[in-house]
Design a protein around this ligand. Structure first.
Ligand SMILES: [Fe+2]
Length: 291
């Protein structure tokens, strides 16, 4: 089974044929990566100074909110904050345009989340096994519940030294969930409002979020699974772009430096086939509503 579906487009403004749009929708909802090997995000001459680990502080990412223009995580070495903000805004706009043209079915319901710039080497940066993204996982974040919404992410490798972003890609969502679900206890009654009251979550952690976090953790904690599960390595060279539902596709980032990423939230109801979503798969496997 191929985990990658390739597009020839080399232009951020290009439109797509009906066949390309239908393929994109079908393939991404099956958990595949939509890969644009000829589509690079151009870093302007005056922005090249930002291609340095000094651009970030302790958080290791610069994060940008396209709705408000807020920029977080910048290091003290950044002299021209406005130029950095404008680079982030340009990528946010490019990513939104690409998604609007390639996956217009989502447009009405899509919510644009944070834009992030990651100038730190991905290999060896993890501080704990739970944060170790070199282990296969599906995305789920403890403090940011999604209540079933999908995580659609657009990535561009902007490495100026010719170095690829090296991923591993694991098995489809359902066999992974079937493997780990039986060992996951139901959420402790009353824990969701407590977590929110304590400020540990930004909104109510739904049962869906509980199961997704547990799957994320159990995948990463199981070193035999990491070694033995059906998987492939895939390297994304510089000046390439890819889109994927990272809550669905098992992935691990082995190495790479200088990446731009844009997150979008997609309600399950906006999918062409909601049955392919982690929410509907987990509801079917647990036999209960999870949001
Ligand atoms: Fe991830």
């Amino acid at each position: 089974m191929s985990r990658i579906f390739e597009f020839g487009g080399a232009d951020w403004e290009a439109s797509f044929s009906a066949k390309e749009r239908a393929d994109a929708l079908n393939e991404i909802e099956q958990g595949k990566i939509l890969y644009f090997p000829r589509l690079g995000f151009a870093i302007e001459e005056h922005e090249k100074a930002f291609l340095s680990p000094e651009t970030v502080g302790k958080s290791k990412n610069v994060s940008f909110d396209a709705a408000t223009g807020d920029l977080h995580g910048i290091g003290p070495a950044v002299a021209d904050v406005e130029a950095l903000r404008s680079m982030m805004a340009r990528f946010a706009g490019r990513a939104a345009g690409l998604v609007a043209r390639l996956l217009p079915e989502y447009s009405a319901a899509l919510v644009q989340g944070r834009t992030s710039f990651r100038p730190v080497e991905a290999a060896g940066r993890a501080s704990s096994w739970r944060k170790d993204d070199t282990r296969l996982h599906v995305d789920a974040f403890p403090s940011s519940p999604v209540q079933g919404r999908r995580l659609l992410r657009v990535f561009s490798n902007v490495n100026p030294e010719g170095r690829p972003r090296c991923w591993r890609l694991g098995e489809p969502f359902e066999p992974m969930a079937r493997r780990f679900l039986p060992s996951i206890p139901a959420p402790f009654p009353g824990s969701a409002p407590l977590l929110q009251w304590l400020g540990l979550t930004k909104s109510r952690r739904s049962n869906y979020d509980h199961y997704m976090l547990q799957l994320h953790d159990r995948m990463k904690a199981d070193m035999a699974y990491q070694a033995e599960v059906d998987q492939v390595s895939f390297d994304f060279p510089p000046s390439t772009t890819w889109l994927v539902f990272t809550d669905q596709a098992s992935h691990a980032v082995m190495s790479g430096q200088y990446l731009l990423e844009q997150t979008f939230y997609v309600p399950v109801e906006a999918l062409r086939d909601p049955a392919t979503s982690p929410l509907r798969i987990l509801e079917r496997l647990t036999g209960r509503a999870l949001v």
